[in-house]
Design a protein around this ligand. Structure first.
Ligand SMILES: [Zn+2]
Length: 381
């Protein structure tokens, strides 16, 4: 009995905190309506959470007794490792970014060097703010590779060769002496776009990250859906052509071999030189280069095949496309939509909007910040 009462109380506390977190600010009457709890229960919970330092009650300023998240004095850190850059941001619990910096670094080559660079950058940003490590409440870390959900270890030798066998959260945690939450770049991009960007206020969203590789993250009711073993969203490795090219995952004809930047840049090497990167491919296409436009258009059509299947299974209202290739805008999005309307069941295709992400290369680090906030507040309950 005591157990079920305490779990009910915990559930109600989570519901109230979540409602405040999503809305930013609510009166107690609005909280009662939003959560379906009685005004008396809301009042009790708000008082308890205020005493725990999780919520704050502000009065005056036109909104009497508005309930907000407590203005904690602590700081959050977001760290985003790309294949060739490291970006660190420090923010408040209110999500305001206070300091941010990116440096070019060969992250793939060595985990130890990457982690050391991250540690130094965190300290450097803290110094510019006149703050110390002791003020940090939590750290979110993004890595561009698959993490084993059971062991937390990076497992692929071809995606991040210098990181094989490393547990990035543990290694970073040991360096900083702080709790570190790790996730892959697609999940963090989705959280960022849902918190600050193109999917703001939307609960059921699929985020596609089309950069060197192709990844996806599925948000259901505002949370990342991970599946039974953490592999949900591996859209880049669904089979489009059974007899197609060998993929780095060992399968043939994966979506990634038809739409991932690593493969697309190979297609234009013969005609445009060996140094073409994804941003350069996008730049050339935008300037009217017919070959580059064709390559991006074809990638869009292949992505459309996968998105059409996704529509029939999950029926999302919004797909946000991020990653370096998304900078191509309509050159990539229009072919995706064209194929979705051709292949998906009409009632699913009709409600789908596909838009490019708006956070660009900041999506990963902002998502890392957002991921700490969620786990920080949850662990306080
Ligand atoms: Zn694959």
């Amino acid at each position: 009995m005591a157990n079920s009462l305490s779990s009910l109380r915990e559930m109600n506390r989570r519901m109230v905190t979540e409602a405040v977190r999503k809305a930013g600010s609510l009166t107690q009457a609005q909280l009662a309506r939003t959560t379906g709890l009685s005004p008396a229960t809301v009042s009790t919970i708000v008082r308890e959470l205020r005493d725990l330092g999780i919520l704050a009650i502000t009065s005056g300023g036109g909104r009497r007794n508005a309930v907000t998240l407590a203005p904690e004095t602590g700081l959050l850190v977001g760290i985003d490792f790309g294949h060739s850059h490291l970006r660190v941001a420090i923010g408040e619990v209110t999500r305001q970014v206070l300091a941010e910096r990116a440096i070019p670094i060969d992250v793939d080559a060595s985990a130890a060097e990457g982690l050391l660079a991250a540690e130094l950058l965190v300290d450097e940003l803290l110094e510019t703010l006149g703050s110390e490590r002791a003020e940090i409440l939590g750290v979110g870390l993004g890595v561009p590779g698959p993490i084993d959900p059971l062991t937390g270890i990076l497992g692929s030798s071809t995606i991040l060769p210098g990181w094989v066998g490393i547990n990035p959260a543990l290694a970073m945690s040991e360096r900083l002496g702080l709790a570190v939450h790790v996730d892959n770049d697609a999940n963090l991009g989705a959280l960022a776009e849902a918190t600050w960007g193109a999917a703001r206020g939307r609960q059921d969203v699929t985020y596609l990250k089309v950069a060197s590789g192709v990844g996806a993250s599925i948000l259901i009711d505002g949370r990342v859906y991970r599946g039974a073993s953490g592999a949900a969203g591996e859209l880049g490795h669904i089979t489009i052509d059974e007899n197609g090219r060998l993929c780095r995952c060992g399968n043939r004809g994966c979506l990634e071999t038809l739409a991932g930047g690593l493969y697309l840049t190979e297609l234009v090497r013969a005609t445009h030189g060996p140094g073409v990167t994804v941003p350069r491919l996008v730049e050339l296409a935008a300037a009217g280069d017919v070959g580059c436009r064709r390559v991006i258009g074809d990638a869009g059509r292949h992505l459309g095949v996968a998105v059409a299947s996704l529509c029939n299974i999950l029926n999302p209202g919004l797909v946000v496309v991020g990653g370096a290739l998304a900078e191509a805008g309509a050159l990539l999005i229009d072919p995706i939509l064209e194929v979705v309307h051709r292949l998906a069941i009409p009632s699913a295709a009709a409600v789908l909007t596909v838009v490019p992400g708006v956070l660009g290369e900041r999506a990963g680090v902002l998502g890392a910040l957002a991921s700490v906030q969620v786990s920080n507040i949850e662990s306080a309950l």
